[in-house]
Every structure is written in C-alpha cells, then in structure tokens.
Write a protein that binds this ligand. Structure first.
Ligand SMILES: Nc1ncnc2c1ncn2[C@@H]1O[C@H](COP(=O)(O)OP(=O)(O)O)[C@@H](O)[C@H]1O
Ligand SMILES: [Mg+2]
Length: 408
C-alpha cells in the first residue's frame, strides 16, 4: 500500500484527501489540531504546523512515505519541496518552490527573464522605503514578501500612508521584509496552467473583479473564461508560460494573477506552483477542462505520471462569487438552503454559516463566503450570479442596525 502525506486538512484539502483514500492510498494528514474536516478523512494525522519543515520531515521519515503533496494552499509549498528533496521523493526543487512563494524573488526572476516587471523594492527599513516611494512618483502598494491571502497588504497614496502602514505590513512577514511596489492600474486576470516535463499548458483564465472596499484586496468574482478576446489573450497566456517555464518549474499545477495596463501589457502580480485555492483547483478546473487535478497531483507525488494528461478548454462558463458579512451577529439565514440547492451550484462555503454566529471585522480573503456557479453561456452565468445574490438574504445585527451581505 502506497503512503501519501498531505499537508493541510482544511476544506480545500478535503477533495485531494478523499481522492487518495478512494484509490486505496494510505493517507497521512499534517495539520494543526482544530475544526478541520480533513482530519476525519485521513488514515493518520500528525498535529504539526505545515510550515515546520524539520518536524514534518521527521514524521515523513518515521512513516516512510512514498510521496508528499497538497492542493490549494501556499503555506505548505516550501515544506513539501524540503521533504521531497531530503527523502529523494518526486517534487520540485526547494529553489524553485521559493521563486513561487517569495514575492521578492518572483520580481527579481521576472526581470532576469527580461519580462516587463512591476517596479519594486524589498526592504526592512522605512527610510529606504520612503526614498523608493519618491522615486516611483505614483501610488504604491506594500506587502509582506512571504505571506498570502491578502494579509498585511496596504495601499500607499502618500509618504504618510507609508509611515502608517510600514510596521503593520512588516508584522505579517516571517522574515521581517516587505516589498513596496508600483500600483499598476488596469484589469486583473487569473491564468492557471498544468506543467509536465518542464512544459506549461494553459488550463483556464478568468476575469477577476475585486471588492470595492478600501484596503481589501480580495476578488468578489472570478469569471471563467475571461471575456477578453483575440491578441490580448495570447499575450497574457504567452507571458504566463514564459513565467512558469522561466521559473524552472518541472511539474505541477500553477495559479497566477496578472494586471494588464491600458496598452495591453500584462504584469505578473504573483504566481503559485500549486492549484488555486477557494475551489479553483478542486472544482473550477474540472468544470472548465474536465481534468481531475487531485488525481494528477497524487500521481505526480507518487512519481506515476508518464505524460501530459489530456484535457479540454472552456467546457462551460463558471465563476467563483463571494460575499463578506459585516461584523456583528447573524440573526437570520434566509435563502441559504435555497441557494445550496440551486441546480447550478457546484461548490460553496455556506455550511460555515450558523444562526447566532458572531462575525468579525474582516480585511483578508479568508473571511469570504465563496460559491461556485456554472452555466452554458456567459449571459446565463451573469443572470445566475444576480439570481444567487438575490436569493441570499442573510441578516446580521450590527452596532449600526441590521445589515446584509457585502457583495462588492
Ligand atoms: N503592484 C500591484 N498593483 C496593483 N494591484 C496589486 C499590486 N499588488 C497586489 N495588488 C492587488 O492585491 C491583491 C493581493 O496581492 P498579492 O500579491 O496577490 O498577495 P496575496 O499573496 O496576499 O494574494 C492582488 O490580487 C491585486 O488585486
Ligand atoms: Mg494573490
């Protein structure tokens, strides 16, 4: 019996854990203790922080695992490469994994590859940051070099903003470094690809629309496929391929975000050498391409992939659509059961909602409630998004009265 270690046991790791179990693989989950649904699925559990490389390696050695993987989370990527390298298991190099998790290395490598790259400065010094801001002569954005989920990200419109946000952004960095970069105006896109034998192929691409809430950098919708047409699409997909292959990724699933300026020039925001979170890898990829990502990732981890899997493109229209709830107490969940039963509902986080639940103030992506909807045409998808938003009539008691979900 093959032994597969899977890092993380949250709702987004449930699909890969389940798939591995269905295939008769002995699954070992690594996750902190807590209310994680994957803990009950795995054959064995180690309560270790997925970022604790040495401890995870120790457990992996004790179990004599045959492979290590995860899906839909960045947190585990460096550890997986570390363990795979030390045990001689299939996987990407640690150096390559770092390029996809450290925002400063990402920018540096983009420049080395000769690709148009967002101007940026990595620093741990406010004075240096102020000097760079002045040299940019435009609005900027500050983020920790090594975090995810929009944690510790702040818009910078003035030197005063920078002074106010610098330490707050620093606090979210494990290595005490922030990256200050030019804020690129334009539309946002997502591109996902599959890589085998150092060759990347596009799986799907989406229009990303952000919430219009100051300081919140999270998407309210991701619509697949993007409505963009013609030469611009090719430019975006080519740019993505050059990044992924140029970063030296040998195999895996990738999830990247881009901004495109008015001239149609794409810029990399960030690239991840893993499937997209929030159901992108587990559900949306299947809807768009027919590819079972979990199957592919398991086979990769066990060294059983011999060729690039077959898949289609743009099989349907689908989207991830999200809402936030205001801070307060949930007093009514009207419409939630109806929404869950919609024939075009493909995946959702609505089960997280309970009457009486206390909702906190939010700023990062993790507090969003996401649903995945599908349709046969773009028009039908747009209608369904509207219909879904009307069906959900949650009420939250807040200090300023009863309020509903925040959709945009
Ligand atoms: N240089 C930039 N210009 C414009 N928008 C940006 C820039 N950097 C980040 N953003 C916005 O912030 C969001 C989150 O930033 P990102 O670098 O992807 O961090 P995270 O790893 O937390 O997701 C992006 O999806 C984008 O909307
Ligand atoms: Mg991001």
């Amino acid at each position: 019996m093959k032994k597969l270690m899977i890092l993380g046991a949250g709702v987004y790791q449930v699909p890969i854990l389940t798939r591995a179990k269905e295939r008769g693989i002995y699954t070992i989950a690594v996750s902190p203790d807590g209310d994680y649904p994957g803990l009950a699925i795995a054959d064995k559990v180690y309560h270790i922080d997925v970022r604790a490389e040495k401890q995870v390696l120790e457990a992996a050695r004790a179990e004599q695992i045959d492979g290590i993987t995860t899906d839909q989370t960045d947190l585990a990527m460096d550890t997986i490469a570390y363990v795979a390298e030390h045990m001689g298991l299939p996987g990407i190099s640690r150096e390559c994994a770092k390029l996809f998790t450290d925002k400063s290395l990402m920018r540096k490598k983009g420049e080395e590859l000769g690709l148009p790259t967002i101007r940026s400065q990595v620093t741990d010094d406010l004075e240096e940051a102020q000097e760079f801001l002045q040299s940019l002569g435009s609005t900027a954005i500050i983020k920790p070099v090594d975090n995810q989920g929009s944690r510790g990200i702040f818009p910078i419109n003035s030197p005063e903003d920078l002074t106010a946000s610098f330490e707050r952004a620093m606090a979210f960095s494990k290595t005490g470094r922030v990256i200050l970069e030019q804020y690129v105006e334009g539309k946002e896109y997502e591109v996902d690809s599959i890589v085998f034998d150092h060759r990347a192929r596009t799986l799907m691409y989406a229009d990303v629309e952000l919430f219009d809430i100051p300081g919140v950098f999270a998407s309210k919708t991701r619509i697949y496929p993007s409505a963009m047409e013609g030469e611009k699409v090719q430019r975006l997909l080519d740019y993505n391929r050059k990044i992924i292959e140029g970063f030296g990724l040998s195999e895996g699933i990738t999830h990247s975000e881009f901004k495109m300026d008015r001239s149609g020039q794409p810029y990399l925001l960030e690239a991840a050498a893993r499937g997209g979170g929030a159901f992108v890898s587990s559900h949306i990829t299947k809807l768009q391409t027919g590819l079972d990502t979990a199957e592919f990732l398991i086979d990769l981890a066990l060294g059983e992939v011999k060729e690039m899997p077959r898949f289609s493109r743009n099989l349907c229209y689908c989207c991830g659509v999200s809402f936030y709830l205001p801070a307060g107490k949930i007093i009514s969940l009207e419409g939630v059961e109806e929404a869950k039963a919609l024939k075009y509902m493909c995946a959702h986080r609505l089960d997280d909602l309970q009457p009486g639940m206390i909702t906190e103030a939010f700023s990062d992506k993790t507090a969003r409630y996401i649903s995945v909807l599908r349709a046969d045409t773009r028009e039908e998808l747009m209608q369904r998004i509207d219909e879904y938003r009307e069906i959900i009539r949650i009420e939250v008691e807040t200090p300023s009265g009863v309020r509903g979900p925040i959709w945009g």
